[in-house]
Design a protein around this ligand. Structure first.
Ligand SMILES: Nc1nc2c(c(=O)[nH]1)N[C@@H](CN(C=O)c1ccc(C(=O)N[C@@H](CCC(=O)O)C(=O)O)cc1)CN2
Ligand SMILES: NCC(=O)N[C@@H]1O[C@H](COP(=O)([O-])[O-])[C@@H](O)[C@H]1O
Length: 247
């Protein structure tokens, strides 16, 4: 039985992508990474993917903004929507045009592993309609430090004595940023004596475990659903055979 396909979205170093690659290589990951899409052309994660013989694509926002300035808010909003729509096509059909690329297999699971762009409601709806599940890795606990620079913000809050515990979560992606249902939540002790680098190192180590665990929760459910569908199909066939026999 084939395992579910995974697309990984990145924007940077790709250490979490590497954790997924290593997990697949060792048989721990219950899926197959078929493509990596980066929002930045210079993301080292693209190198990691290529070394693992995984197809890579760059889908950057900057080219969509060409000819606009920060003051062109309405035009940039339209361009951003096109960026998201094209990304949906890329994931579902293998091309930004939406024309199905011969031999392309859409993923069952999309993992945001350091993807640093907010995804629009329209792309999330398109993925849902296509039966594609999307999850995200966030370096904070549910309800805390949504958005960017969460590691720095959590560490500073620890230094200020506001919190004693940081953490990491894997969650389903919904329109409201970092507020989707958690799949995995891992707490990390925030020590006053921790430097930012020491805390960041703790976080990354935990992330690399959490991202595999969270992906596998979804992948195992998909495998169960596939087995159930197959069983239902077999049962239906048997029922049809019985009907034919009666007649
Ligand atoms: N609709 C959603 N999109 C995304 C989610 C989500 O939960 N819902 N998770 C993020 C990942 N993420 C935090 O985990 C995150 C990444 C980036 C941003 C953000 O504000 N991006 C800015 C650009 C910031 C920059 O360029 O430095 C933007 O998109 O304009 C917030 C949260 C992935 N997307
Ligand atoms: N809000 C999203 C966010 O902050 N994501 C963070 O980006 C980093 C990606 O590292 P990587 O490129 O080495 O995997 C990770 O620390 C991840 O938690």
């Amino acid at each position: 039985m084939s395992v579910p396909n995974i697309s990984v979205l990145i924007s940077g170093s790709g250490s979490n992508l590497q954790a997924l690659i290593d997990a697949e290589a060792s048989g721990v990951l219950k899926g197959h990474i078929t493509q990596v899409i980066s929002s930045l052309a210079d993301a080292y994660g693209l190198t990691r993917a290529s070394k693992a013989l995984i197809a890579t694509k760059v889908h950057a926002l900057k080219p969509y903004y060409k000819g606009t300035t920060k003051d062109d808010k309405e035009e940039r909003s339209l361009r951003r929507e096109k960026f998201n729509s094209d990304l949906a096509n890329l994931l579902i059909y293998g091309s930004v045009s939406g024309e199905l690329v011969e031999g392309y297999e859409a993923p069952e699971l999309v993992v945001c592993a350091g993807w640093m762009l907010i995804l629009s409601p329209s792309i999330l709806n398109a993925l849902k309609d296509a039966g594609i599940i999307i999850i995200n890795l966030h370096p904070a606990l549910p309800g805390a430090f949504e958005g960017t620079h969460a590691i720095d913000r959590a560490w500073q809050a620890g230094q200020d004595g506001k919190i004693k515990t940081g953490g990491v979560m894997i969650h389903y992606v919904i329109a409201e940023v970092d507020q989707g249902e958690p799949l995995v939540v891992k707490e990390i002790e925030l020590l006053k004596e921790d430097t930012l680098e020491q805390y960041e190192d703790k976080v990354h180590k935990v992330e690399h475990i959490a991202i595999v665990e969270g992906s596998n929760i979804v992948l195992r459910n998909l495998a169960k659903d596939n087995r159930k569908d197959t069983t239902d199909q077999i049962t239906e066939k048997l029922n049809n055979v019985k009907l034919e026999t009666k007649v």
